[in-house]
Design a protein around this ligand. Structure first.
Ligand code: HEM
Length: 244
């Protein structure tokens, strides 16, 4: 079985002489950064989730999306057009946001091109080794698939891999619905934004909910966005405070 790589936890013990888990060690490493005193292991994991995994990643994604939308006039217009033509609650419910294809395409595309996490945890090749694209990888080798490489790969996304283009997640000209679904399924399998397997991100759906709702509400809160579809210039985004 594949298991996660990391530091050898056997070498590290807490004040009572008990071996420390990888989670505990990671949070210990965060303690000087946040000026906190070490807490019990369970609280430490929660701390990791709220301080590092849960907030920095999500806010990075929201900021990236705001930047990409505010600097791409056609994307911005399409988003506003979709928001104006849809019936939804105020604030929007996540189930409603999921039914907005252009919004979801923006979110997915931003996470591809600007993944908040650049490197996932490594994995250890199981006994007997493995072969990937004809390359033999010996057992016990630590491997990882960095999101920043996958997300910008021209082999996967085509020559415009470095361009923010939400339309790539929608139906292409001449493409049947079946073909589109097959393409998106293939891309979903490649996607490493939230990691994969049994240690994949636990907060994926919370993050996607927060991001979708935040982008809709920020867009609507700009009166220039919602009052007129005749937008002629992109307005710089002010400081926005999110409360979840
Ligand atoms: C856009 C936002 C987020 C991104 C891109 C992201 C990405 C990731 C990635 C790449 C991993 C490592 C997975 C692996 O090694 O395979 C991870 C782990 C984790 N994430 Fe997230 N995450 C996000 C938001 C959140 C949120 C909101 C929470 C909690 C509320 C959260 C909780 C966790 C936890 C607890 C783990 C460790 C899982 C484990 O070791 O079993 N994440 N995340």
């Amino acid at each position: 079985m594949w298991h996660r790589g990391g530091m050898s936890c056997k070498e590290y013990r807490d004040r009572d002489g008990q071996p420390m888990t990888e989670h505990e060690l990671q949070v210990e490493a965060l303690v000087p950064m946040y000026g906190l005193i070490p807490l019990s292991s369970r609280i430490n994991v929660l701390l990791k989730m709220s301080r590092q995994a849960g907030s920095d990643t999500t806010s990075t994604a929201i900021r990236a999306i705001i930047l990409y939308v505010a600097t791409n006039r056609s994307v911005y217009r399409n988003l506003i057009s979709e928001l104006c033509s849809s019936q939804h609650s105020h604030p929007i419910k996540y189930q409603e946001a999921l039914k907005l294809p252009y919004l979801q395409a923006i979110v997915t595309e931003a996470l591809r091109i600007y993944s908040p996490v650049g490197f996932p945890g490594s994995r250890v090749v199981p006994p007997g080794g493995t072969t990937v694209f004809g390359h033999l990888i010996p057992e016990a080798t630590w491997v990882m698939l960095p999101q920043w490489c996958v997300g910008r790969s021209k082999e996967i996304w085509g020559p415009d891999a470095n361009i923010f283009r939400p339309e790539r997640w929608l139906r292409q000209e001449g493409e049947s619905e079946e073909e589109m679904n097959e393409r998106l399924e293939r891309w979903k399998r490649i996607d490493t934004t939230f990691g994969n397997g049994d240690v994949a991100c636990l907060g994926k759906h919370i993050a996607l909910m927060k991001i979708s709702k935040a982008i809709v509400e920020v867009s609507k809160s700009r009166s220039q966005f919602s009052k007129s579809m005749q937008l002629t210039k992109v307005v710089p985004i002010d400081v926005v405070v999110f409360k979840f």
